[in-house]
Write a protein that binds this ligand. Structure first.
Ligand SMILES: NC(=O)c1ccc[n+]([C@@H]2O[C@H](COP(=O)([O-])OP(=O)(O)OC[C@H]3O[C@@H](n4cnc5c(N)ncnc54)[C@H](O)[C@@H]3O)[C@@H](O)[C@H]2O)c1
Length: 152
């Protein structure tokens, strides 16, 4: 997140249980979004982080909720997007940061490689595809920053 950026709207963060996703969820809360959906394979972890995100939030009506998801399961991904839209009416920002964890290249085998590719590549395609399909149904959003105004 660019320091000093002021956002509003609704964010969906996939892979929010740790690492990049977790920090993005906190940064989005701090940047002013009205709500964050924290989605992760580890539903209980996401719930705890949703509570923690409230301590960083700057929007006075901030809400955080969670969704237990498996990014490689098409139905699970579609359910997640449907849940976010049902809960908050739209999705303005998405982070797709689910990952297989630390990869030890020297000792990894082909099964592990396949798992990594399934999460990182297939999971990314399923996520971005479902998110875009939902976002394309929404009215465009205007965003103004020190670089001017953009309509997306
Ligand atoms: N950390 C880095 O320096 C770095 C650099 C470049 C790219 N990346 C990529 O960014 C992504 C995130 O990296 P990270 O370091 O934050 O990873 P991380 O391991 O710290 O966190 C990944 C999160 O994804 C979740 N997850 C794993 N499998 C899932 C699944 N099937 N469905 C839903 N959630 C699942 C985990 O529970 C975890 O919360 C990875 O794809 C990684 O390859 C990371």
């Amino acid at each position: 997140m660019i320091f000093g950026t002021q956002l509003d709207g609704i964010a969906l963060v996939v892979g929010s249980g740790r690492g990049i996703g977790q920090q993005c969820a906190f940064s989005l809360a701090k940047a002013g979004v009205k709500a964050v959906v924290l989605a992760d394979r580890k539903g209980e972890t996401a719930k705890a982080l949703a509570e923690e995100s409230k301590t960083y939030a700057t929007h006075k009506e901030y809400q955080a909720t969670t969704f237990k998801i498996n990014v490689v399961d098409e139905k699970s991904v579609e359910d997640m997007v449907e849940f976010a839209v049902k809960e908050f009416g739209k999705i303005d920002y998405c982070v797709n940061a689910a990952g297989p964890g630390l990869i030890r290249f020297a000792s990894t085998d082909i099964e592990n490689y396949d798992l990594i590719m399934t999460i990182n590549a297939k999971g990314m395609l399923l996520g971005v595809r479902a998110e875009l399909q939902a976002m394309q149904k929404q009215p465009p959003k205007t965003f103004t920053s020190r670089n001017g105004t953009r309509v997306r």
